[in-house]
Design a protein around this ligand. Structure first.
Ligand code: 9MR
Length: 463
């Protein structure tokens, strides 16, 4: 109830100032709008559930509204794209690329040469250097070639450094390294560049956020990048995955130091898989102070990202705590920006606060302006502008009774709900003449009913 009163006061204040709620909505930008103004890309993965049409409608609505770079959680990996030798399956990747193009979103490709998620058939050639080189070359040529000009950046090699803290390549459990040796990395970059000379090409790994010091992964990678640059191997970026925990308070400044070291080599640093998890055992016991602490860490990463001129992409490994690899595979939980009900957490506000504290005039972009000319056939996530422009539709009306929204004048309309800051909170398709607004907390909202070119907008109060 307190929340409802607070929102009512906000809306009343806006009305008294002579602005309608649509202007309030229009005044609150999205993450992607602020990122674009700063020449940067901020995004999340599309979870595998999205590819399988097994995810809540809120997921896509928020995703395309808030973010301008996307990665497939599993669907562009080797086992997904070449499940049988020389038989390629691009269907799911194509689905994401089409979605990205329709919404003006940049695509990262993940991942070409990786010891994990390699199709089983590759192991038939274990230890056969020439055959493995041919297999990897054919894979890269086909995959990168298929999405030439559509995938802006590839993780060409993923996780090739070992975990021993002795500064070396991963030499066991890697069909590529064991069969080919370290030259598989150099070759992979050369083949990827040949297949798409305009694509950015990254080396991507975890634990790089643990800092530059003797024997560390980060120091080893910087040394390799130096060697690659000296030998004209076409690497343009490093990805620090950055799967961390709430206790890892020093890691943002380690990422800053890594960015600076790579800047000297003319290479971009991207945060590619960020999540900041709580120990799984703490689920259900977390309070405001915990989420504030998580927000503080997200804020520090975003500050570093915006302040370092050779950082370009900030990608979070998931959108909602309802769908995250942390719970299934990591013994961690709740590491993302939106909670399980798709409500933005303090971490979301922290990202916004950081963006607002770093005006566009002060943030340098590592990209030419043309990278933002991505074709966009949809509304490019700019729902707030769409709301402002289209507020009426003839013969279309709605009526709210309790939580039932009855719609007349449309057969199959799309119903979307936005909170007072313009953030999408609910979306459903009306096929029965009414929609139940379930899972929405009490408060003031704008509801948009949309059918074809007809849009009807109305303020509603849910009690
Ligand atoms: O999130 C991915 C999960 O669904 C897969 O089961 C897992 C299998 O390896 O890979 C996860 O994504 C990983 C990414 O591809 C590379 N860096 C670590 C990510 C989390 O494990």
């Amino acid at each position: 109830m307190e929340m409802f009163n607070r929102l009512s006061r906000l809306a009343l204040g806006a009305a008294l100032l002579g602005t309608g709620i649509t202007d309030v909505l229009a005044a609150e930008p999205t993450i992607r709008e602020l990122a674009k103004e700063r020449g940067r890309f901020i995004g999340t993965i599309l979870n595998s559930e999205w590819f399988n049409d097994a995810i809540e409608p809120e997921f896509e609505q928020i995703h395309k509204t808030q973010f301008n770079v996307v990665v497939a959680e599993n669907e562009m990996k080797f086992d997904a794209t070449e499940p049988q030798e020389n038989e390629f399956n691009f269907a799911k990747g194509d689905k994401m690329v089409e979605y990205a193009q329709a919404n003006g979103i940049r695509v990262r490709g993940h991942a070409l040469a990786w010891h994990s998620q390699v199709a089983n058939w590759v192991n038939n050639y274990a230890g056969q250097k020439d055959k493995l080189l041919a297999v990897l070359k054919n894979h890269i040529e086909n995959v990168v070639g298929h999405w030439k000009g559509k995938v802006a950046e590839w993780d060409v090699v993923n996780e090739a450094v070992n975990d021993e803290y002795n500064a070396g390549w991963r030499s066991t459990n890697s069909v590529w390294y064991e069969g080919i040796g370290a030259e598989f990395l150099d070759s992979a970059f050369v083949w990827a560049h040949a297949a798409d000379p305009d694509a950015e090409l990254c080396y991507n790994d975890y634990s790089l956020e643990w800092g530059l010091r003797e024997g560390s992964k980060a120091s080893f990678v910087v040394e390799q990048v130096k060697r690659w640059k000296q030998n004209n191997i076409p690497i343009t970026c490093v990805g620090t995955q950055t799967h961390i925990e709430i206790a890892h308070e020093t890691t943002p400044q380690n990422v800053r130091a890594l960015a600076k070291a790579l800047a000297e080599l003319g290479v971009t640093l991207n945060i590619t898989e960020l999540d900041i998890g709580f120990p799984k055992g703490s689920a259900g016991q977390l309070g405001a102070a915990d989420y504030a602490k998580q927000g503080h860490l997200y804020r520090q990463f975003m500050d570093v990202f915006l302040e370092e001129p050779n950082m370009g992409e900030f990608v979070i490994w998931g959108l909602t705590d309802a769908h995250s690899w942390l719970d299934d595979q990591q013994g961690k939980t709740e590491g993302l920006l939106y909670d399980k009900q798709y409500k933005p957490k303090p971490a979301y506000d922290s990202i916004m606060a950081s963006l607002n504290a770093h005006p566009a005039s002060e943030v340098k972009s590592p990209y030419p302006e043309s990278v933002f000319d991505t074709p966009c056939s949809g509304n490019c996530g700019d729902s707030t502008i769409a709301i402002k422009l289209a507020t009426t539709a003839s013969n279309l009306s709605m009526h709210l009774s309790g939580r039932t929204l009855t719609i007349t004048g449309a057969v199959t309309a799309k119903v979307e709900l936005f909170d007072i800051q313009g953030r999408p909170v609910f979306s459903a398709k009306n096929e029965k003449g009414s929609v139940e607004l379930q899972g929405v907390s009490e408060g003031l909202y704008v509801v948009r009913v949309h059918e074809g070119s007809r849009n009807l907008l109305q303020r509603i109060a849910i009690k």
